[in-house]
Design a protein around this ligand. Structure first.
Ligand SMILES: *[C@@H]1O[C@H](CO)[C@@H](O)[C@H](O)[C@H]1NC(C)=O
Ligand SMILES: *[C@@H]1O[C@H](CO)[C@@H](O)[C@H](O)[C@H]1NC(C)=O
Ligand SMILES: *[C@@H]1O[C@H](CO)[C@@H](O)[C@H](O)[C@H]1NC(C)=O
Ligand SMILES: *[C@@H]1O[C@H](CO)[C@@H](O)[C@H](O)[C@H]1NC(C)=O
Ligand SMILES: *[C@@H]1O[C@H](CO)[C@@H](O)[C@H](O)[C@H]1NC(C)=O
Ligand SMILES: *[C@@H]1O[C@H](CO)[C@@H](O)[C@H](O)[C@H]1NC(C)=O
Ligand SMILES: *[C@@H]1O[C@H](CO)[C@@H](O)[C@H](O)[C@H]1NC(C)=O
Ligand SMILES: *[C@@H]1O[C@H](CO)[C@@H](O)[C@H](O)[C@H]1NC(C)=O
Ligand SMILES: *[C@@H]1O[C@H](CO)[C@@H](O)[C@H](O)[C@H]1NC(C)=O
Length: 364
């Protein structure tokens, strides 16, 4: 009797689970996907090459062979939508949130405008959201933090404004965060350090302010750090190079950073680019930079650097471009610089004061 009752209970349990699964799956199917795409089509006001107009036909049984649409073979549902570079003008539709098997959405290089509909937060499988070079506006929605599988987020070159929402730093799988060329403001939240997989961070050409976000020292996989043309100020953490072993590009021109250039960057042995012009750095050029055998560009121009050019710079065998003009450097140019056969040396005339020379530019 006991056993039967247990069995009965279990049956009910499984029956309920099954019903739950069925309801979840019965909710949407490929017809839902077709409706979602037709709804998007209806929001497109200009389609210069008539791509969707002719191809995305309401009479098709399935959208799987429409241009730009990829379906996965297992579930026969839309898994990728690539409408990049089609010159489309329009806006997004809430129905896109019904593409429940969508992994990649690429709308790069069109003229989509307005904001992202909240329904996109239902795209639990989404890994790639590539909407760069459009005219999306509004803020970065905090519900982006609800996309647990997002790995690549490209929103550069739009009209996005407002602050960086801390929920963005909930995206523990994020590898690429590119928000450059927008109108973002405020500081970079400390929670930036919660993105353990981040390899590429580009926040260039915004209106961000505040100090260098210490959370970045947590990003041990970071390869590219680009925060040029903002209004960040204060000193860089002197030990920065001890924390970013994979760093290849360190790009922060046109800010208001001051203090010393951290010599610890010499520990980032993969560095190809150090670009820090147009800041307020003082002190000397770290001689330790002579260890950076992969360095191709060293641009420290238009700062307040003093002292002599270290001989060790002459050991940078990969260096193609060295820019040091508009500083307060003095002393003779070390003869070791002559070993850098890839370089062509130019002297700047207009920086003459006190010493043997005050500035120089060595260009490709
Ligand atoms: C999708 O589901 C609807 C009901 O929700 C049904 O009418 C339609 O035939 C289904 N489409 C496919 C292709 O199974
Ligand atoms: C849409 O384009 C694809 C690929 O060119 C083609 O296979 C398909 O038949 C077209 N569908 C319609 C309805 O024109
Ligand atoms: C999205 O489209 C752009 C432009 O065509 C392309 O460069 C990029 O690789 C695409 N992204 C993905 C994830 O396929
Ligand atoms: C899809 O999304 C829209 C808007 O979010 C909704 O109104 C519609 O009922 C959804 N479901 C289907 C099956 O199309
Ligand atoms: C932004 O995109 C436009 C085209 O959409 C392009 O002309 C412009 O050069 C881009 N700006 C930057 C800074 O990349
Ligand atoms: C982008 O959208 C803004 C309004 O949000 C508009 O003023 C501007 O003209 C648009 N730019 C382009 C290139 O369409
Ligand atoms: C962060 O992600 C978890 C798991 O995906 C989710 O439950 C939570 O609501 C998210 N928080 C925010 C602020 O987006
Ligand atoms: C660094 O990452 C760990 C987990 O990966 C997290 O607990 C910690 O808060 C992060 N620290 C900062 C400063 O972001
Ligand atoms: C960062 O983004 C800007 C704007 O799109 C671009 O010009 C720059 O090359 C990027 N930096 C790196 C290091 O990729």
């Amino acid at each position: 009797m006991e056993i039967t009752r247990h069995y009965f209970c279990l049956s009910i349990f499984f029956f309920h689970s099954l019903m739950l699964c069925l309801t979840i799956n019965a909710h949407t199917n490929i017809t839902t996907d077709k409706h979602a795409l037709l709804s998007l089509k209806s929001k497109i006001s200009f389609d210069p090459h008539s791509i969707l107009a002719d191809n995305w036909s309401v009479n098709s049984i399935t959208p799987c062979n429409w241009i730009g649409v990829t379906c996965n073979s297992r579930h026969n549902r839309v898994s990728a939508l690539d409408l990049s570079n089609m010159g489309l003008v329009g806006e997004l539709t809430p129905n896109l949130g019904n593409l429940s098997f969508l992994i990649s959405l690429n709308l790069s290089q069109n003229n989509f405008h307005n904001s992202f509909p909240r329904e996109l937060s239902q795209l639990r499988r989404l890994k790639v959201l590539q909407c760069n070079m459009n005219n999306f506006s509004g803020i970065i929605p905090s519900w982006f933090g609800l996309l647990p599988n997002l790995r690549f987020l490209y929103l550069e070159n739009n009209s996005i404004s407002g602050f960086l929402p801390t929920s963005l730093f909930n995206l523990s799988k994020l590898e690429v965060l590119h928000l450059g060329v927008n109108s973002l403001e405020g500081s970079i939240p400390r929670e930036m350090g919660n993105l353990p997989q981040l390899k590429w961070l580009n926040l260039s050409l915004n209106h961000l302010s505040g100090s260098f976000p210490l959370g970045i020292l947590n990003l041990s996989k970071l390869e590219i750090l680009s925060i040029s043309s903002n209004s960040l100020f204060g000193e860089l953490p002197l030990g920065i190079g001890n924390h970013l072993p994979k760093l290849q590009k360190f790009n922060m021109p046109w800010n208001k950073f001051s203090g010393e250039i951290p010599s610890s960057l010499s520990k980032c042995s993969l560095l190809q680019i150090i670009s820090l012009p147009c800041n307020n750095f003082s002190g000397r050029i770290p001689r330790e930079f002579g260890n950076l055998t992969k360095l191709e560009l060293l641009d420290l121009s238009s700062n307040q650097l003093t002292g002599a050019i270290p001989r060790e710079i002459g050991a940078l065998s990969s260096l193609g471009e060295l820019a040091l003009y508009n500083n307060i450097l003095y002393g003779a140019i070390p003869k070791e610089i002559g070993n850098l056969t890839a370089l062509e040396v130019l002297y700047s005339e207009d920086n003459n004061f006190g010493g043997t020379f005050s500035a120089m530019l060595v260009a490709k």
